[in-house]
Design a protein around this ligand. Sequence first.
Ligand SMILES: NC(=O)c1ccc[n+]([C@@H]2O[C@H](COP(=O)([O-])OP(=O)(O)OC[C@H]3O[C@@H](n4cnc5c(N)ncnc54)[C@H](OP(=O)(O)O)[C@@H]3O)[C@@H](O)[C@H]2O)c1
Length: 181
Amino acid sequence: MKASVYIATSLDGFIARRNGSIDWLNDAHALVPEGEDCGFGAFMDSVDALIMGRKTYEQVLSFGQWPYGETPVVVLSHRPPGGPSHLPNTVSYSSETPKALLKRLSGLGMKHVYVDGGNTIQGFLVEALIDEITITTIPVAIGDGIPLFNPTGEDVKLTHLRTTAYDFGFVQTTYRVDKSA
Ligand SMILES: NC(=O)c1ccc[n+]([C@@H]2O[C@H](COP(=O)([O-])OP(=O)(O)OC[C@H]3O[C@@H](n4cnc5c(N)ncnc54)[C@H](OP(=O)(O)O)[C@@H]3O)[C@@H](O)[C@H]2O)c1
């Protein structure tokens, strides 16, 4: 099972403001030419499922438009809501550990998952369960916010795979995580 991160950060390494706002990211999208998706469509086509933190899921719901098509989405929460809901039928909740979740999805025949949400990514990184990280750096420094990386006591060692600098100022870099470190 391969687990990948595909995320946008400010130049100073934040994925959202402290209050969860991604207004700076939405503003930056105005720079992107029509039809350019910075590889997101191809990446989505390569994944069998998304695993995302409850906070990211709530943010996605606020967009009003479901961006993940028919791809299964597992939302991690320690308090999965019970009872009937109006969730898209591709969405399920889980409180499994990262390792147990990946094992279960692998048992379903899945080979590649997309892990999203700062806290959630960190939980997978700590257990050395992330294989590849693609960071799209947005040309703005926001000074404070929710960091992509937090101190974990262990360095995350990476091998650079490729970088694309877009004319409109985004810089996208993909790294392989060195899991033997
Ligand atoms: N810049 C970007 O490209 C980008 C991408 C994604 C997200 N974001 C932004 O990042 C913010 C959210 O990131 P975040 O770090 O605050 O939160 P997050 O990772 O989206 O969600 C954290 C929550 O996920 C649940 N969770 C995580 N691991 C779990 C586990 N192993 N078992 C059970 N529950 C688990 C917990 O939910 P409970 O509290 O319910 O237990 C936890 O509070 C949002 O503002 C979003 O817009 C930005």
